[in-house]
Design a protein. Structure first.
Length: 237
């Protein structure tokens, strides 16, 4: 049974078997290598202040593999996708968002990183009912900050995470607008490809069911298949 805790959990339970583990054919490995070589041609000059952070992202073991899988091994599409993300990261600098910038967004615990699932995937737990600020770009930056931290916590071999959206106590006033949700989906689907392993929506009141009907056209098929809606989730105390 789940137990309440205020302990910060930064690694999966001992004995956790990371899943899924991706295996690649020789042809796929060659495409991953070619994508890496292409991406290196896009790198900033070493004198640029953001160069170390860009190189760090490119060197992560899951970067080339995720973009290769997301493109269904179409090399031209993988090039287009990774180039777009590199350009976005240069402008947005998600790895350099200072905690103080988004501190106020964290005060009510509306988005927390809450442990790991049985496959070793970090869990981002979102509670829209605890919204405490007006709509602004800072809300998106707070979510991106959380995505980056969740990725930092991934154990070796893990490339995905879980997002749980708990609508308990959410009202029309605190629920994010469809326009904000579209921006979130764009960032997640375009710049964190193959990062969402599973998404669960729980305690969704009928009053807000229109919200998911409104955003469903903006979910790509891969993302849609990973989203499960549970109208009620038993609360453990």
């Amino acid at each position: 049974m789940a137990q309440s805790t205020n302990r910060v959990i930064v690694s999966p339970s001992p004995g956790t078997s990371v899943a899924p583990i991706h295996q690649y054919t020789d042809e796929q490995l060659a495409k991953i290598k070619a994508l890496r070589e292409y991406t290196e041609t896009l790198l900033l000059p070493p004198t640029d202040p953001y160069y170390p952070w860009e190189l760090r992202w490119i060197n992560k073991p899951d970067t080339m593999t995720r973009y290769s899988r997301a493109s269904k091994w179409n090399f031209a599409d993988a090039q287009k996708r990774i180039k777009a993300t590199i350009e976005w990261r240069r402008e947005y600098k998600p790895d350099l968002i200072p905690p103080d910038e988004v501190r106020i967004e964290s005060e009510t615990g509306k988005i927390i990183i809450n442990g790991f699932d049985r496959d070793g995937r970090p869990i981002i737990y979102m509670r829209p009912g605890r919204e405490n600020t007006e709509t602004s770009p800072r809300q998106l930056r707070h979510l991106v900050w959380c995505l980056e931290r969740a990725k930092d916590l991934m154990p070796p071999g893990q490339e995905s995470l879980v997002i749980i959206v708990d609508y308990k106590s959410t009202t029309l006033r605190t629920n994010p607008s469809i326009s904000v949700a579209r921006k979130v989906l764009h960032i997640l689907q375009q710049h964190y490809v193959e990062t969402l392993g599973r998404a669960l929506v729980v305690n969704l009141p009928m009053l807000l069911s229109f919200f998911y009907k409104g955003i469903s056209p903006f979910l790509d098929p891969v993302t849609r298949d990973k989203v499960g809606i549970r109208p009620f989730l038993l609360q453990h105390h």
